[in-house]
Design a protein around this ligand. Structure first.
Ligand code: AMP
Length: 215
């Protein structure tokens, strides 16, 4: 499959992509993960991106497009891909459209995970993430804490609160989402590509997305 996952931070895009990749081997491409890996590795891109990310602002479109132009042409994308956190702005969506046309690839759908603000706000403030970039298991201090506090069940690495998941940065990320990313819902609806899913339980949400993709 070749899909875009839309929805606010905390809607479950990463979880849905992780579950769906088991169904047909499509790769999960999260621009947030790629950027965080660049920050950790101290690359030029990482250095440029970090200040925006820490504040919950968007990284400039051109940096994202340069990165995605390379990523979408890597061999593993031939099996299909699920884009998580990209595109985030209308200019990125336009540029993606042109890039896919150039490399002769057609998207199947844009799926909007339509989850209310109060739900994502609660999820994000209680979310914790394994700090090992190869693992990145997500926990929740209320509903799914690690067995040993602060330690990943899967790999033993520290489980941390992301630097952009302080309350201030989260509120800003949600505002940025409403202003800059939510207009993409109408953008893809106008192209006849939009599907929507809204279940609050993550396993039910995954199933709902799968059903929508079949229809
Ligand atoms: P995420 O993990 O998708 O919530 O992304 C974390 C942060 O990375 C965002 O708050 C932005 O600063 C940056 N980011 C991720 N994807 C994009 C994108 N497509 N365009 C601009 N900034 C992005």
């Amino acid at each position: 499959m070749r899909i875009i996952l839309l929805g606010p931070p905390g809607a479950g895009k990463g979880t849905v992509a992780n579950q769906l990749k088991a169904t047909d081997g499509s790769v999960h491409i999260s621009t947030g993960d790629i950027l965080r890996n660049n920050v950790k590795a101290g690359t030029d891109l990482g250095k440029k991106a970090k200040e925006y990310m820490d504040k919950g602002e968007l990284v400039p479109d051109q940096l994202i497009m340069d990165m995605m132009e390379v990523r979408l042409q890597e061999a593993d994308c031939a099996k299909g891909f699920m884009l998580d956190g990209f595109p985030r702005t209308i200019p990125q969506a336009d540029a993606l459209g042109k890039l896919l046309e150039k490399i002769n690839i057609k998207l199947d759908a844009a799926i909007n995970l339509d989850i209310p603000r109060e739900v994502v706000l609660d999820r994000l403030t209680t979310r914790r993430t394994c700090n090992n970039s190869a693992c990145q298991t997500i926990y929740n201090v209320k509903t799914n804490p690690p067995k040993v506090e602060g330690k990943c069940d899967k790999c033993g690495s520290p489980v941390i609160q992301r630097s952009d998941e302080t309350e201030e940065a989260i509120l800003n990320r949600l505002e940025v989402y409403n202003k800059q990313t939510a207009p993409l819902i109408e953008y893809y609806a106008n192209k006849g590509m939009l599907k929507s899913a809204s279940k609050l339980k993550l396993d039910e949400l995954v199933q709902e997305v799968l059903n929508k993709l079949k229809n």
